[in-house]
Design a protein around this ligand. Structure first.
Ligand code: GDD
Ligand code: MN
Length: 362
């Protein structure tokens, strides 16, 4: 029986696996612990590297996921795979300070009322100077501030990917968490709605040694999606928010194309509008493939098939849009309301149908 499961999400972290296990061995000597690497089928062979170590060490295992991507989902599955009373999440790239783990474990074990211990870079004794560029630091500060206000979180570093929790506290919130995001801690704190007792432990964020960061602009947009998803009380998902953002961009693309076409083909409004719609749909398809569904992005021939399927989905969405708008208008005769009802129904259909047919998850 283990007291602690250390969950380590990985994507292309092959070179970090052995050093990480060494550091954990040192930091957790004398403790009953196991490590589970949750790997999203990394092409660099991370999962095999873990299995090689696991052959000789029963407390090191890998949970390899196929056809899926996502940091938050990986952490959730790792925690759910544990039978230990306490679970930690730590990055594989050696940026987090594993020597804090025994401190965190003692805090939780000694205080049964405590639910969570957060590794923080933003309290006395912690810092992120080494690990972040000036730009990343600025972005991180901004996101932290926004999150704390929007989600009414009091923890100083809700963006931290380093924490330990009581598994029994996690279980009741597990089902409400967004699996698509990067910031599982912020999401969990929002889900716990201030009911958790939390303590913070300072740590210095180190520089990454091997491999590359997976944080990019898509992750930042995904995070905005998480905030909106939380603000609507889970009514919409991160993916729906991203789909909506893309849809909004599509409106502007359509307007721009129609404007240009009317200059090229004066007086041909119907033709210009048709070309605008066709291009806007292709635009939305490509953007959704890059952003909303990048965890199952289509490539090569599948991209062409996907575009065709997206045209059919959106075509049906347009029919539904007009049909519902007409129905509402015939009953209420308030055109903005009728028109908006059509638009919302069309967008909802496009979202659901495209996730079922165009970007089917395996
Ligand atoms: N399984 C899985 N799937 N793991 C992933 C994925 C994924 O899609 N994306 C990233 N990871 C793993 C990485 O392999 C690494 O071990 C860890 O998650 C963090 O990813 P990085 O790419 O190194 O992110 P970062 O350093 O920019 O940001 C991290 O540290 C910040 C500060 O604590 C993350 O933990 C952030 O959430 C955190 O704010
Ligand atoms: Mn990192």
């Amino acid at each position: 029986m283990y007291d602690l499961t250390v969950v380590i999400p990985t994507f292309n972290e092959c070179a970090n696996v052995a050093p990480m296990v060494d550091l954990l061995n040192k930091a957790l000597t004398g403790r009953a612990w196991e490590a589970v690497f949750v790997d999203d089928d990394s092409p660099d062979g991370t999962a095999d590297a873990v299995r090689a170590i696991g052959e000789a060490h029963a407390n090191i295992r890998v949970l390899q996921r196929t056809g899926r991507r996502g940091l938050a989902g990986a952490c959730i599955e790792g925690i759910l795979s544990s039978t230990a009373p306490f679970c930690a999440v730590i990055d594989a790239d050696l940026q987090h300070d594993e020597t804090r783990l025994p401190v965190m474990l003692d805090l939780l074990a000694q205080d049964p009322a405590l639910d969570l211990v957060v590794g923080s870079r933003k309290i006395e004794g912690g810092d992120a100077a080494q690990g972040f560029s000036a730009l990343r630091q600025w972005g991180s500060d901004l996101a932290t501030d926004l999150t704390r206000r929007a989600l009414r979180i009091t923890v100083s570093d809700p963006m931290s990917g380093f924490f330990m929790l009581r598994r029994a506290s996690f279980m009741p919130v597990a089902h409400g968490l967004q699996v698509a995001g990067f910031k599982i801690l912020a999401d969990m704190l929002a889900a716990a709605r201030g009911r958790w007792r939390v303590v913070e432990v300072p740590y210095g964020f180190r520089k990454r040694q091997f491999g590359a960061s997976k944080m990019d602009s898509a992750v930042a947009l995904e995070f905005l999606g998480l905030l909106v998803a939380r603000k609507t009380g889970g009514l919409v998902s991160i993916k729906f928010v991203l789909f909506g953002m893309v849809g909004l961009i599509g409106v502007f693309v359509q307007l721009a194309v129609v404007g240009v076409m009317l200059v090229l083909l004066p007086g041909q409004f119907t033709l210009a509008q048709t070309i605008g719609v066709v291009i806007a749909i292709a635009n939305n398809f490509l953007l959704n493939n890059l952003l909303t569904y990048r965890d199952r992005a289509l490539k090569g021939m599948a991209l062409i098939r996907g575009l065709a399927s997206f045209y059919s989905v959106c075509g049906f969405g347009a029919v539904l849009n007009v049909g519902l708008a007409r129905l509402v208008f015939s009953v209420l005769a308030i055109w903005p309301l009728a028109s908006a009802a059509g638009a919302v129904a069309g967008a909802a259909w496009n979202f659901v149908a495209s996730s079922l047919f165009t970007w089917r998850s395996r």
